[in-house]
Design a protein. Structure first.
Length: 291
């Protein structure tokens, strides 16, 4: 009599273990990967599509990434404004998964593109650069994970609460650091920091390439040359792949320059990535603006 009972207990134990397994999650970019990992307190079941070295606007999935989408329980992505190529794979490969477009969540603070002709109502997708949005997204991520994996609901809630507190504390310190230099005129090579600028109260007076990532038009180059002629620009923030010929064309080569990257690949991927990205951005801006 004991043997059948033992087998039955083992069967239910293995069934419950399989049920309690954390969901498989696919994310689009490293900041979202990091926020998900914070809520899960692990990145073991989290897959990243864009590691930051590829262009988010023009990308093709490799076979392993396609398989990850096919087996995903949850896909979290900023929005199709940032990764338009993701629309078809989401429809064809991940149709059975829960899909969360973070930019389109009701509580997400969004800003329109600046200066992009014909896209005045389009959303600037770089919303992760606002710590307020990161805190909102942590709550959204926790809510979804609780629904998908209720056995670990308490852990997800507690991890999200802890992560929100860390971001809030660090963000307050970041504001304090930047406050003395916040009004100095700055120029961006790529207008990817509007959300950070809004949060920190920075004084961005121009950008070479706008938030859509397209090359600047002749009119845009004329405007940026005027900015350098008429304003005492304190710093130009460039990306690793910045076209320095454009900076030369604006007669801005002698202006102090520092690299800023909204998807910084030099930061180790993991739970701390988001905090490190925001801290590095803050310190880089502060160091460039200090006389």
């Amino acid at each position: 009599m004991l043997k059948p009972l033992f087998i039955l207990v083992c069967f239910f134990s293995s069934t419950l273990s399989a049920y309690a397994k954390p969901p498989n999650i696919v994310t689009d970019i490293a900041p979202v990967y990091s926020l998900v990992s914070m809520v899960m307190d692990s990145d073991e079941n989290v897959q990243l599509l864009l590691d930051g070295s590829q262009s988010p606007h023009d990308f093709a999935l490799n076979p392993s990434q396609a398989r990850a989408l096919q087996t995903a329980d949850l896909v979290l992505y900023v929005g199709l404004e940032f990764t338009p190529w993701l629309e078809k794979p989401l429809r064809n490969l991940a149709s059975k998964s829960t899909q969360i477009n973070l930019l389109r969540q009701n509580d997400t603070m969004t800003l329109p593109y600046r200066g992009v002709e014909g896209q005045s109502n389009a959303l600037d997708p770089h919303a992760w650069m606002s710590p307020d949005n990161a805190i909102i997204w942590l709550e959204i991520i926790a809510d979804i994970l609780v629904k998908l994996d209720s056995d670990n609901a308490q852990n997800y809630r507690q991890n999200a609460k802890s992560a929100k507190a860390k971001i809030a504390t660090q963000s307050a310190a970041m504001k304090t650091l930047l406050e003395p230099v916040a009004q100095k005129p700055i120029v961006l090579f790529h207008d990817a920091f509007q959300y950070f600028e809004e949060y920190m109260g920075l004084n961005m007076v121009g950008a070479f390439t706008l938030a859509d990532g397209n090359a600047p038009s002749p009119n845009q180059m004329k405007r940026i040359r005027t900015v350098f002629e008429e304003q005492d620009v304190a710093c130009v923030f460039v990306e690793p792949s910045a076209n320095m010929a454009l900076i030369d064309a604006a007669n801005a080569r002698t202006t102090k320059q520092v690299v800023l990257d909204p998807l910084d690949v030099s930061i180790p991927l993991g739970t701390d990535y988001y905090l490190q990205l925001m801290l590095k951005t803050t310190k880089s801006i502060n160091n460039c603006l200090i006389p």
